[in-house]
Design a protein around this ligand. Structure first.
Ligand SMILES: [Zn+2]
Length: 288
């Protein structure tokens, strides 16, 4: 089956959980080619296997090089493997029968795909949405099973209470939409950096300046204001990366965007550097 049809088929299987991004009415998949609503708003599946619902292209700071670096760090270096394991366990403990895992801000899709592989059940359907079309295009190219959508987090094409799991991995949230699309027994899985996250990188690129410490208090406060925190877990570990991986790490993180080549070379140097991953995984439910 071609990628376009495969993507359309995934959408068809969950079409009652989707809605039109323009008029918010019900949609159906027509001829495995387009998503069409009752008012005839039509969104075609691209041949690469995704659907674009953005009204116009959006310029982001994310480009192909960044997404490639991100994919290498996630899939080849497996820098986040313990975090992925934890999230897979959380999903398995909540019964993933016939449910959606919506990755809000999926980028090039590696977090979502890795977690789906670990959960490994056909009854859980992944949906990845990102405002970067480049990211979604790469996701569709690399990972065939989830439904990939280039779209705005402020207007995901998902019905009310459609998602059992909302994943928000180092990415901004949109709580009013999260609350609308979260199923009654659903959970939000938000991953945010803790104080030690990538501290080696920050120490060298921002020595003596601000930005040395990650502050997640604001993120946490905003979350508490909007949803009901159920559980909070901190996960901390280190991993040695070689020079190539260290360069990828710099390219994929906003911390590295302002670094110059000399700084990057100096940081990566001969490699074999220990990098700290320190994160909070926060589970939340919609407020009743
Ligand atoms: Zn419509």
């Amino acid at each position: 089956m071609k990628k376009r049809e495969k993507s359309a088929m995934t959408a068809q299987n969950i079409s009652r959980k989707l809605r039109c991004p323009l008029c918010h009415e019900a949609v159906e998949v027509r001829e495995l080619k387009s998503l069409v609503c009752v008012n005839n708003h039509t969104f075609d599946f691209a041949k690469q296997g995704y659907v674009n619902i953005l009204k116009k292209p959006v310029d982001t700071q994310y480009d192909d090089a960044l997404f490639e670096a991100r994919q290498k760090i996630i899939c080849d270096e497996k820098l986040y493997a313990p975090v992925h394991d934890k999230i897979a366990d959380i999903i398995l403990n909540h019964s993933a029968e016939d449910s959606l895992l919506f990755d809000a801000g999926s980028g090039e899709g590696s977090h979502l795909q890795t977690i789906l592989d670990k959960v490994n059940t056909e009854t859980l359907t992944g949906i990845g949405l990102d405002i970067s079309k480049e990211g979604i295009l790469m996701a569709a190219k690399n990972y065939g099973n989830p439904l990939w959508i280039a779209g705005d987090l402020a207007n995901p094409p998902l019905s009310d209470k459609s998602c059992k799991f909302i994943l928000n991995f180092l990415s901004p949230a949109n709580y009013s939409e999260f609350k609308r699309i979260l199923a009654e027994d659903g959970i939000i899985i938000k991953v945010i950096p803790s104080s030690g996250y990538l501290k080696e990188l920050r120490r060298e690129l921002f020595s003596g300046t601000e930005g040395k410490e990650y502050e997640n208090n604001d993120t946490l406060e905003l979350m508490k204001k909007n949803v009901k925190l159920v559980k909070e877990e901190r996960i901390t570990y280190t991993k040695f990366l070689d020079a190539a991986a260290l360069k990828d790490l710099i390219s994929m993180t906003p911390l590295g965007w302002h670094a110059d080549t000399a700084q990057i070379e100096r940081f990566a140097d001969k490699g074999n550097k220990e990098i700290t991953v320190d994160m909070h995984i926060i589970l939340a439910a919609a407020e009743n």
